[in-house]
Design a protein around this ligand. Sequence first.
Ligand code: PHE
Ligand code: FE
Length: 297
Amino acid sequence: MAVVQQIGAERHDDLVLRPDYTHDQPLERYTAEDHAVWRDLFRRQAALLPGRACDAFLDGLKGLGVAADGIPDFERLSDVLEKATGWRIVCVPGLVPDDIFFGHLAARRFPVTWWIRQRAQLDYLQEPDCFHDIYGHVPLLMNPVFADYMQAYGEGGLKAAGLNALHHLARLYWYTVEFGLIEQSNGDLRIYGSGILSSKTESLFCLDSNAPNRIRFDLMRVMRTRYRIDTFQKSYFVIRSFDELFEATRPDFTPLYAQLRGQPDFGAADIAVQDSVITRGTLDATEGGWEGETADA
Ligand code: PHE
Ligand code: FE
């Protein structure tokens, strides 16, 4: 979305980037309105997420003491996070090149966009801002298993780049880290995907709507599945635990990528015969949220 990119760009084109694309968080550039947007986003999600977000997220949020009162100082946040799992937050101007991104994750550094959306984009923007990056991603980095998964993902990304398999690995990130659901031991579905956790409307849609499919997580199935960046998800993949996810992704993917090369993709809304379906969606497009453009990545 050009407008959003412009908003981001005009606010950081004079920031001095290090070779790894990081820069100091320009705390003095946040306006009172920026902090007010953060507070409003924070309050909305805080009212919604108990009973919807997984316990690990709610615990992590509490443990971080992520200030409800304004955009936090990333250094102070990093000090808390580092004590828990050895991760730190680094500040970046927006999306960074793949190899840079994976390099940070592999070194237990999570890149966070410094700027926040404008009020007109409270409900949706296609580019990550600091509310998505901090509120959506950082609480789960307080969880030791998830923290290790993210580091392993970064190492896997550096490897996949050399094997021409990044699109497969990107789908895994999308359907787990960004849009994953988890089944708690009592059978309740909860959210752990950051793209959902930072969105009021998708936090409701992903659990309450009859429209999307909810399918048991399967590694190869997910890596074959295209995704939509312009609507609510057509399918959510459900894990049972972070241990299950980490175990499934532990093996060397090199032979898996070779296998995937001979297999056709699934569309974002498709159900496969071998799927373990939890709920089959109506795929009612009027419930789709941002329906309009089509992008199946
Ligand atoms: N085991 C994967 C590989 O060999 C790396 C990976 C770990 C990818 C965890 C994703 C998540 O490529
Ligand atoms: Fe994200």
